[in-house]
Design a protein around this ligand. Structure first.
Ligand code: PLP
Length: 370
């Protein structure tokens, strides 16, 4: 390889990451390499990613529209499938208008970067997702953070910064706990501020969507409970029109494929038509928590599909996750900077398709390893 200062920098940084137990590597998913592994690591909470109805919908969508959108939405990449999905999401959530993106990461980043600038103050929960942090940095807005789910702290920041924007997640991706959305909404009203909610891990699995609009702008993603791919920003028509006119990520990028939009619409319908999936998920969450209690495994208060087991040390977390994998269970080994220093954890995600036996076995094995 050629010698170049950037390559020296990379090599030193990789060495450092490795020494600290923070080096990230890909591995083939168990479906390909080891079908006997039971997966407690993904976000397909309702088991939609492999549902027959979804496979049929993708085939049907591709038959009608082809497999690619072929252009930016502002050129010729915006189809009836996109429009129908946006309308359906608005009907479900009570928002006025919607805009589709290829991923939640780009939706969040585009939203924040396009709407705000150096004259705005963005107040966000300490544990907010990386895509929001990047969006705020790109926007140049003044960035304030409140302690995780701490309403008093959020209020203090709002008192000093009225007419600002508050951003939180509905269900926190690495902790599984929920934001106090009702209280945050009231605070925002009191201080004339906008509430933006990243609903990536809530949409499809929490009753929030049935309760109507709980924020000014909601970002929903399709890659978690909906089991497919893509995302939508939902909010006032004025905001969506502005995003269409100004968002660089939206304007200068090939649109989400219409087949994906068609598929996401099918997934939204399935969350409504097959409530048994959510019931099975909730029963499995209760089963997991009960089994952990019996085995003296300490859990957080999370009542959602995301059930972290805190380990602390990064190297130890990776080692336990690797032993679990060898014993037939895939779980996430989550380390800084995804979580704060010293809070590495096993991120266990429960889904509707786990059996009681899967859960009991996992818990027994974890109990022997921690
Ligand atoms: C809270 C949160 N927001 C946004 C995203 C990004 O969504 P996507 O995976 O669709 O890019 C994620 C994904 O990890 C997430 O956990």
């Amino acid at each position: 390889m050629v010698s170049h200062p950037i390559l020296d920098k990379i090599s030193q940084r990789m060495q450092q990451l490795n020494n600290d137990g923070l080096l990230r590597k890909r591995k083939l998913s168990h479906d390909n390499s080891n079908p006997s592994v039971i997966d407690f690591s993904h976000n397909d909470y309702l088991g939609l990613a492999s549902a027959n109805e979804m496979v049929d919908a993708l085939t049907q969508g591709a038959t009608i529209y082809g497999v690619g959108s072929k252009a930016s939405p502002l050129v010729s990449g915006y189809s009836q499938a996109h429009l129908q999905l946006e309308q359906s999401l608005c009907e479900l959530t009570g928002h006025e208008a919607g805009l589709l993106f290829c991923s939640g990461f780009s939706a969040n980043q585009a939203l924040i970067k396009t709407l705000f600038d150096a004259n705005n103050v963005v107040i966000a929960d300490k544990l907010i997702h990386a895509s929001i942090i990047d969006g705020v940095r790109d926007s140049g807005a003044v960035f304030k953070r409140f302690k995780h789910n701490d309403l008093d702290h959020a209020k203090q920041l709002l008192e000093r910064n009225p007419d600002s924007v508050v951003i939180t997640e509905s269900v926190f991706s690495m902790d599984g706990d929920k934001a106090p959305l009702k209280s945050l909404q009231l605070l925002c009203q009191q201080y004339n501020s906008l509430l933006v909610v990243d609903d990536a891990h809530g949409f499809g699995v929490t009753p929030t969507q049935a309760n109507g609009k709980f924020c000014d702008i909601q970002v929903v993603t399709f890659g978690k409970a909906l089991g497919c791919q893509g995302a939508a920003i939902l909010g006032p028509k004025a905001v969506i029109d502005f995003m269409v006119a100004q968002s660089r990520q939206y304007i200068y990028s090939t649109a989400l494929s219409p087949a994906s939009a068609y598929l996401a619409l099918a997934a939204v319908k399935l969350t409504q038509e097959q409530p048994q999936r959510l019931a099975a998920l909730n029963a499995n969450i209760a089963e997991f928590r009960q089994a952990c209690g019996k085995n003296n495994i300490e859990l957080t208060d999370s009542t959602t599909a995301i059930q972290p087991v805190l380990i602390g040390d990064s190297n130890k977390t990776v080692l336990i996750a690797s032993k679990l994998f060898d014993l037939g269970f895939a779980v996430g080994a989550i380390r800084p900077p995804t979580v704060p220093a010293g809070q590495a954890r096993l991120r266990i995600t429960i889904n509707a398709q786990h059996s009681q036996h899967d859960i009991a076995e996992l818990v027994c094995v974890i109990a022997t390893l921690i």
